[in-house]
Ligand binder design. Structure first.
Ligand code: GLN
Length: 501
């Protein structure tokens, strides 16, 4: 799939029609066998396509007009079922659209359907979806990353120009990295959470997954902005997220990042597990140096506690958010219960998958009387320390660099391999530990982007690697610029599964 500006040109010059494009892509949805799509509504997609074509014919030119997209299945939609990847909501039709869905529709983009995700966005591999796993478009033996795996897989496969995702602890950045595409998690509060099925409300943030930083900027322009319906939505000035990006790709100044200081958190570099990831990361650092940036080591002293803190705070909030799924108000209901207690028990036992139950149990435990101080309170303190680590780091540098994941995309039906000497704590899925580089920015509410920066070697030559760039709060405009310059220089983001042997 071409980048958005090129596709817009083809639509404007009538090289291709919106309806023709949408028909072709919906066909691909049916034949790709990636398990990336949970729901289509052809009639509605064709209706939106016809509307967009009418506007194009009338000479209207909007940046996303006629551009095909998909929404992660945690954004509620009136015209498509919304399942959150759960049996609990298998037939749920929302009476309203999420703010993000509404804003993207108003921009003229055409929605082709809902993309697969881990159940209630809990996971790092998109293997926890009640309707089956999603596969990596580069290598069908590998996971696409999660929880927004369906969105990243669809963009990676070229079946949509962009897709929305949500990121609570890494779910935009990590699947973007593993599918060789670009994804940005904005500052907490920049994009409305209204109509997103909540996982952990103090961490959840929506953002775009697309083919480039520039495309992400265009989509963010449509998504971001104050929403009175979301009590944590920030009243920010309106910003053009593309304004600082190089619009004239041919003529880039020789050292465009001369004034830029980039920090490498040593706690993260030490934890890179894969040699291939380490190599790609080193090369990315060299690219930035070549572009004029000063690169220096920094420390985030509490980084090694961030995964533990995250996996207390996120389940705590999830246990509260998911209490609404009780078989009474909406969604799945067990029909064999004689008493109210049985109704709750049976509905929740059958409706939720194993990982969701694990988190509800953990979350309820850490919030319970007698354990609250030992777990939830401690984790909240760590969260504050993680934030102050980042604040100190940003006193000496503009942005932080790390890989998006310490490991390559792992095999389907498996857990990431941290080597034989590594033992995960009893009962903790190893994939939690693969979130080390992403959960910090989530706990601190910081914006962070993942851009493609290489591939594994040998048998892993079709496993993309992502570079994560983390910025201070509300630095999206500059963050996208730093990512865009990297992309102009390296071109990794232009690689697609179909044009690589
Ligand atoms: N892997 C993390 C988790 O399972 C992050 C998920 C997310 O960002 N939605 O909680």
């Amino acid at each position: 799939m071409q980048d958005i500006r090129l596709l817009r040109k083809s639509l404007e010059t009538k090289k291709i029609g919106v309806l023709e494009l949408v028909t072709d892509l919906l066909q691909k949805f049916e034949t790709n066998h990636l398990g990336a799509v949970l729901c289509v509504n052809k009639e509605e997609s064709f209706r939106q396509a016809t509307e967009a074509q009418k506007k194009i014919d009338a000479g209207i030119s909007e940046p996303l007009l006629g551009i095909p997209c998909a929404h992660k299945d945690v954004f509620v939609t009136k015209k498509w079922r919304t399942t959150a990847g759960s049996r609990m909501l298998a037939n749920y039709l929302s009476p309203f659209d999420a703010t993000v869905v509404k804003r993207i529709a108003e921009s003229g983009a055409v929605c082709l359907g809902k993309s697969s995700c881990d159940e209630f966005a809990m996971g790092s591999a998109n293997q926890n979806c009640a309707f089956g796993p999603c596969l990596n478009p580069w290598d069908k033996k590998a996971i696409p990353g999660g929880s927004s795996g369906g969105s990243a897989a669809l963009v990676g496969a070229g079946h949509v120009s962009f897709a929305t995702g949500t990121d609570t602890g890494g779910s935009i950045r990590q699947p973007a990295a593993m599918c060789g595409v670009t994804g940005i998690k904005p500052t907490y509060g920049l994009v409305s959470r209204w109509g997103i099925i909540a996982y952990a409300s103090s961490l959840d943030q929506a953002g775009p997954i697309a083919n480039s930083a520039y495309d992400c900027g265009m989509i963010l322009n449509a998504m971001a902005g104050f929403d009175p319906r979301d009590s944590t939505s920030q009243r920010t000035e309106s910003v053009d997220y593309c304004a600082l990006m190089n619009t004239n790709k041919e003529k880039i100044v020789r050292k465009p990042l001369e004034d830029m200081v980039l920090g490498i958190p040593s706690e993260y570099s030490k934890a890179i597990h894969s040699q291939d990831v380490a190599l790609a990361f080193q090369e990315s650092i060299q690219t930035y140096e070549k572009l004029g940036a000063t690169v220096k080591d920094v420390s985030l002293p509490h980084a090694n506690h961030s995964v533990a803190a995250y996996y207390v705070i996120a389940p705590a909030e999830a246990s509260s958010n998911l209490s609404r799924f009780d078989g009474v108000k909406f969604g799945f209901r067990n029909s064999r219960a004689d008493t109210l207690d049985d109704l709750y028990f049976n509905t929740r036992s059958e409706g939720f998958g194993e990982e969701v139950k694990r988190r509800i149990l953990v979350g309820t435990f850490v919030l319970s009387h007698g354990y609250y101080d030992a777990y939830y309170n401690q984790a909240s303190k760590v969260r504050r320390l993680v934030l102050s680590d980042f604040k100190s780091a940003f006193e000496g540098c503009d942005f932080l660099l790390s890989p998006s994941s310490p490991v390559l995309a792992w095999e389907l039906d498996a857990q990431p391999d941290f080597g034989i000497n590594f033992k995960a704590p009893e009962g903790v899925p190893k994939e939690y530990l693969a979130d080390l580089f992403t959960v910090g920015a989530s706990l601190a509410g910081l914006p962070a982007i993942s851009v493609p920066c290489g591939f594994g070697r040998g048998q892993f030559a079709r496993r993309p690697i992502g570079l994560q760039i983390i910025g201070p709060h509300f630095s999206e405009q500059r963050l996208l610029k730093v990512a865009d310059i990297f992309q102009t220089e390296t071109g990794w983001h232009t690689m697609k599964p179909s044009n690589i042997a």
